[in-house]
Design a protein around this ligand. Structure first.
Ligand SMILES: C[S@@+](CC[C@H](N)C(=O)[O-])C[C@H]1O[C@@H](n2cnc3c(N)ncnc32)[C@H](O)[C@@H]1O
Length: 260
């Protein structure tokens, strides 16, 4: 029997294998429970009330920053079971969620009956192709909520470039990620007691994410309008080395403000 290496890598850049990640999320989908739906992608299996509190705190904070209106077309990359579709009001033009776990997308479709919503199975690393396959075009709001931690560096750059090809001139991109607070941390087949399984993720530092934005989105007119730690209370932040952080990047709003 080949002994499996359980690793936890600090600082160094090490790629994770997406097959492991997909396998992980397909197993999470099997744990889906209608009474506590968000646990499936927010974890904390033994703290259902914390999941609800975090979901509320996150959507209360980030939803207003999206400035949604009836013209908004929202693309939710790595939508999971459509947690954010629940938060996004019906009075928008379109919401599209993409996730590579067919099992999660099946749940998303079953749960979501609001109009103008679609959910597609597809890899976020080639989301432009997924949109083209479904005759979809441009979007004005983008959600990347807990996605980049599952994506290797080269592919993160590719996702940023695809965002630029897909974004309307006037757009808002919301990125929410757990940061490695002092240094980059990669979990590659690391056994998580909490999840009772091996786990794969990359926790980048804020500087690393800023460097990515500087080389891509910020060169094409986007500016960071808001950023910060998501949760303020200690009860909501129960990890030491990582913490949830958000960036809101926008472009094209000066013109509309100027017209008023
Ligand atoms: C932490 S969950 C977040 C789900 C959702 N955004 C939310 O906030 O509830 C991460 C999601 O990323 C998806 N995912 C990871 N890698 C992906 C990839 N390469 N392409 C598409 N989806 C991916 C997983 O299937 C999972 O649904």
């Amino acid at each position: 029997m080949i002994e499996k290496k359980h690793t936890r890598i600090k600082k160094d850049i090490v790629n994770i294998d997406y097959k492991d990640t997909l396998n992980f999320f397909d197993h999470r989908a099997e744990k889906y429970n209608n009474n506590n739906p968000y646990t499936v992608t927010m974890y904390q299996d033994s703290h259902p009330e914390l999941v609800q509190e975090r979901n509320r705190a996150e959507t209360d904070k980030l939803l207003p920053l999206l400035r949604l209106d009836e013209q908004s077309r929202v693309l939710d990359l790595a939508c999971g079971i459509g947690r954010w579709s629940d938060a996004v009001p019906t009075e928008i033009r379109e919401y599209c969620g993409i996730d590579f776990s067919e099992k999660l997308i099946d749940i998303a479709r079953e749960r979501n009956h609001k109009p103008n919503r679609c959910f597609y199975v597809g890899d976020a690393v080639r989301f432009r192709d997924v949109l083209t396959e479904h005759d979809k075009g441009k979007y004005s709001r983008f959600l990347l909520i807990g996605l980049l931690m599952y994506i290797n560096d080269d592919d993160v750059m590719s996702i940023m470039r695809q965002l630029l090809e897909t974004a309307d001139r006037q757009s808002i991109i919301c990125i929410r990620e757990p940061l490695g607070i002092d240094e980059r941390l990669t979990l590659k087949g690391f056994y998580s007691e909490e999840l009772q399984t091996d786990y794969y993720a990359v926790y980048r530092t804020r500087d690393e994410l800023m460097d990515i934005f500087e080389k891509t989105l910020l060169q094409e007119g986007f500016q960071i309008s808001q950023s910060g730690f998501l949760f303020s209370g200690e009860a909501l932040n129960n990890r030491n080395e990582t913490a949830q952080y958000y960036f809101v990047l926008e472009r094209g709003w000066e013109e509309s403000r100027g017209q008023k």
